[in-house]
Write a protein that binds this ligand. Structure first.
Ligand SMILES: CCCCCCCCCCCCC/C=C/C(=O)SCCNC(=O)CCNC(=O)[C@H](O)C(C)(C)COP(=O)(O)OP(=O)(O)OC[C@H]1O[C@@H](n2cnc3c(N)ncnc32)[C@H](O)[C@@H]1OP(=O)(O)O
Ligand SMILES: Cc1cc2nc3c(=O)[nH]c(=O)nc-3n(C[C@H](O)[C@H](O)[C@H](O)COP(=O)(O)OP(=O)(O)OC[C@H]3O[C@@H](n4cnc5c(N)ncnc54)[C@H](O)[C@@H]3O)c2cc1C
Length: 620
């Protein structure tokens, strides 16, 4: 059979309305149409070609990136693209670039932490790209520990200026994207010092390079930190190093939305939580969660198409060999990843809503949901990026030897994606933040304060700590309320056990240090519960299209039961389910794999592209 026939055969098996499924994936018909239109725009424009980038030298790759960034900006202006369209353009151009930091961190930081005058002064220039900014927080010595940053911003009352200085080698800013070559300005984080007193880390806008000749300004040493993991990949970004030698900036270049320094040099803390200084990270973590499903879906799409076309073993009497997609082992490795892509998509949509909600609350001086939003963004960023990075590597293996070729797209996807486990907060460090939030919640359970939102289930901990799962047959595992209760019981029990064990230590900090692994696992259980519960909420919505809801229900069950299978030790050890019920879940999972269908519209096109890319990549 030809590739085209396999294609037709698999399409025939797709028992759902593919067009409607695309709309569910995009979030709305309008979002789907925008995505489709922008995808075509990018695909038909030769400037945006990306088939050669793993073969370019760093210098050429960087030039190519600048060309694409300038062209993208030109198209955004010419076509008057909306913010949503421009963001889709970035997604399809698919090449890390300094503008990600300019639009994704520099501008949001000024919006979130600057006062009105500062926003009026800086934002118009930034929107027109008359200045280009980066987000310079991390230093050579400290990334995770933000309170440990060493760069100083000392107020000089005589001149009404701050003196920005890098007192040690380890205080050198290290990593900021867009800093190495491009940025004219940086949002730097430094210790604020007034009258000899240290007020902790705050944000300051500092000009780095001349707007006339782009040379570094006096007192500034700046450069690129060099090649990173993989060919192509993140090397399109100019991650940089930056040192200050007593650089003077005006007082109003300290972002004054959270705290202020007066003309007299008096430090004043507003009545907003100081954690708002970390607000830009919350914003980007939420974006990263939304992006995880995109990266994962790309990998899964490649591995699925390959698995349909690839045949290996099992030929009888000269007949065709078995499609590797039909091997149960291939299905058990691939389908949970497909299901995860949908799960991350839906939880990403919800997180976007949560972020919008907290933004509105903050504007009305309601800070009550901030700790929960921090825990959700940190936890979901950690769990979705770790799972996606692992999944891309699994997809590479699912494609056998071909997955290792650059032309499969998977090595570059992995190299470009994997730092997401580190940037915007190392994933383990972020899980420990979630654990702190959970321990606080448990400690307040007897206080009469009712847990709400994603921790509402803790309010039912009396029941969850002693409930017994009622599954008797494999099909009982198809009931969403059975799955939900098992995940709630596991999360509640793991958190409560950690909280009890913490009491065995002389002080909380020592307990946290010793129990960090258990705490991180409890955090994972809580975050997986959020993902499962948001998938269930999605299924409760009206979902049109023949067979679409049914297919999503299958994917939900695959997602939840494959997690249960993977973490069976947690579920059984905490007494939420019995080993027999665990075995029944696995039996149900096997049955579900044969019900997963997929559409494969451009399989032939894919094969042709693969061959073209192979020819190009071998012409060295
Ligand atoms: C068109 C373009 C669009 C682009 C869109 C963008 C796409 C994505 C592009 C991706 C590009 C990536 C580039 C990468 C950039 C970066 O990496 S920037 C640097 C990121 N750095 C980090 O993430 C550092 C991680 N560390 C921290 O966040 C903190 O140091 C810490 C670990 C949270 C510890 O904080 P600290 O204050 O020192 O101590 P704690 O005691 O733990 O916390 C005190 C209390 O504050 C609460 N809290 C902490 N963080 C937050 C927060 N962000 N929001 C709200 N609250 C927070 C914490 O829970 C504690 O609370 P209490 O317990 O109640 O006191
Ligand atoms: C591609 C890329 C782009 C980046 N872009 C930017 C940018 O634009 N701007 C910017 O400011 N920064 C940027 N960064 C820096 C990034 O934010 C930091 O690297 C990240 O926050 C991790 O900090 P670290 O490097 O200090 O890791 P470390 O904290 O040194 O981590 C090393 C190890 O220690 C462990 N660890 C650390 N603390 C703890 C703890 N308390 N408990 C248990 N384990 C712990 C970690 O889990 C990890 O395994 C970027 C990084 C990368 C890789």
């Amino acid at each position: 059979m030809e590739a085209l026939d396999y294609h037709a055969e698999e399409r025939r098996k797709a028992e759902f309305d593919v067009e409607e499924m695309k709309i569910v994936w995009a979030g709305s018909r309008q979002a789907y149409e925008i995505s489709d239109r922008v995808a075509r725009l990018v695909a038909s424009d030769p400037v945006f070609r990306k088939d050669n980038r793993t073969m370019l030298s760093r210098k050429d790759l960087f030039k190519d990136t600048l060309r694409k960034a300038a062209h993208a900006w030109k198209r955004i202006i010419e076509l008057r693209l909306s913010e949503e369209e421009a963001s889709k353009l970035r997604f399809f151009v698919d090449q890390p670039v300094f503008t990600d930091l300019h639009w994704g961190m520099f501008i949001p930081a000024i919006k979130g932490q600057g006062n009105e005058e500062q926003q009026q002064k800086w934002l118009p220039m930034a929107y027109k790209m008359q200045i280009i900014g980066c987000y310079a927080q991390t230093e050579l010595g400290h990334g995770s520990n933000v309170q440990g940053l060493e760069t100083t911003a000392t107020f000089d009352p005589e001149t009404d200026e701050f003196v920005i200085h890098s007192p040690t080698l380890t205080s050198s800013k290290w990593w900021p994207g867009g800093l190495g070559k491009v940025s004219t300005h940086a949002l730097i984080y430094a210790r604020l010092i007034t009258d000899g007193q240290d007020h902790g880390v705050h944000g300051f806008i500092v000009q780095l390079r001349s707007l006339d000749d782009h040379l570094p300004l006096p007192g500034i040493t700046v450069g690129d930190i060099g090649m990173k993991f993989g060919s192509g990949a993140y090397n399109s970004m100019d991650n940089g190093v930056l040192r200050f030698d007593h650089v003077r900036i005006l007082r109003d270049q300290m972002l004054m939305g959270v705290s202020q320094v007066t003309r007299e040099g008096k430090f004043m803390q507003s009545d907003v939580p100081r954690q708002l200084v970390y607000g830009t990270m919350v914003y980007v973590r939420q974006k990263i969660v939304a992006d995880a499903s995109c990266a994962l879906s790309r990998a899964v799409c490649i591995a699925t198409r390959y698995s349909v076309v690839r045949r290996q073993f099992g030929s009888h009497n000269g007949g065709p060999e078995t499609q590797v997609i039909d091997y149960k082992t291939q299905q058990s490795r691939l389908f949970p990843l497909l299901a995860s892509a949908y799960a991350f998509r839906f939880v990403g949509e919800w997180l976007k809503w949560l972020y919008t909600d907290v933004t509105q609350r903050l504007q009305a001086s309601d800070f009550s949901t901030l700790p929960e939003v921090h825990a959700c963004t940190a936890g979901l960023k950690s769990v979705t990026t770790s799972a996606t990075a692992d999944a891309i590597e699994e997809c590479r293996k699912l494609c056998g030897g071909h997955g290792y070729l650059s032309s499969s797209g998977l090595p570059e996807l992995f190299a470009v994606y994997v730092p997401a486990c580190t940037y915007e907060g190392d994933n383990v460090v972020l899980l420990l933040q979630v654990a702190r939030f959970l321990m606080k919640t448990v400690s307040q359970l007897g206080s009469g304060k009712k847990p709400v939102g994603t921790i509402a289930y803790m309010g039912r901990s009396e029941h969850l700590l002693q409930c017994r799962c009622e599954v008797e047959r494999a099909e009982d595992w198809l009931k969403p309320n059975v799955i939900l209760e098992a995940f709630e019981a596991r999360a509640a029990r793991m958190s409560v056990t950690c909280a009890k064990n913490l009491n065995n230590f002389a002080n909380q900090e020592e307990g946290f240090a010793q129990l960090a692994t258990d705490l991180a696992e409890a955090a994972v259980a809580h975050v997986q519960l959020i993902i499962v519960s948001k998938f269930i909420e999605k299924l409760q919505q009206d979902i049109p299209g023949k067979g679409v809801k049914r297919q999503l229900e299958i994917l939900f069950n695959v997602y939840a039961l494959s997690l249960l299978h993977k973490h069976l030790g947690d579920f059984v050890a905490s007494g939420c389910i019995t080993p027999k019920q665990g075995a029944l879940a696995n039996e149900q999972l096997r049955l579900l794999y044969s019900q997963v269908h997929f559409d494969n519209p451009s399989l032939l096109l894919y094969m042709v592209l693969l061959l073209e890319r192979l020819l190009q990549s071998t012409s060295f």
